[in-house]
Design a protein around this ligand. Structure first.
Ligand code: THU
Length: 161
């Protein structure tokens, strides 16, 4: 038996340290959190997707009384982006959330497993890494690729074998 280790690299930055482009995307994600429909969790998540053509597409979590029918902000934004601009690569995605009191969370919001899977396939589909900005109230965590968020991922290529 051998033991192997994954390492992943991420950066932490204060909002003021971000580029103007990143700041704008963070602001869009924060704005999008106000459009969440989250009467069950009271956790309002916003996601903003920057496309290669310069367009920014936003989404938010949309819940349902039948809980699994709802979807996260990230998939809402990504699927909308891919459905509207099916040939345009996703460059970056920012995520922000407010708690039941309406305050932006201190902890940077990281995508759930299902959203990581969708992020990864979007990345592979266009062959370009997606820069991911996880926003907390005081800092932003930056990951340069969806691949690094999902080690030992399910790869669609196994379906061909
Ligand atoms: N949620 C997101 O939209 N994105 C995340 O990254 C984490 C969780 C949503 C799903 C659900 O509507 C609520 O937050 C509580 O889990």
């Amino acid at each position: 038996m051998t033991t192997k280790t994954f390492t992943m690299q991420y950066a932490c930055a204060a909002f003021e340290e971000l580029s103007l482009e990143d700041r704008a995307l963070v602001e869009e994600a924060k704005k999008a959190s106000a459009t969440a429909y989250a009467p069950y969790s009271n956790f309002h998540v916003g996601a903003a997707v920057a496309l290669e053509n310069g367009v920014v597409v936003c989404g938010s979590n949309q819940e349902n009384a039948a809980y699994p029918s709802g979807t996260c902000a990230e998939r809402c934004a990504l699927f909308y982006a891919n459905a509207t601009y099916p040939t345009v690569a996703v460059r970056a995605l920012a995520i922000a959330a407010t708690d039941a009191e309406g305050a932006f969370t201190i902890a940077p919001i990281a995508p759930c497993g299902a959203c990581r899977q969708v992020l990864l396939e979007t990345e592979q589909r266009f062959g370009k890494p997606i820069r991911i900005l996880l926003c907390g109230a005081q800092q932003v965590v930056i990951v340069e690729s969806a691949l690094s968020l999902l080690p030992l991922q399910f790869d669609a290529q196994v379906l061909d074998k």
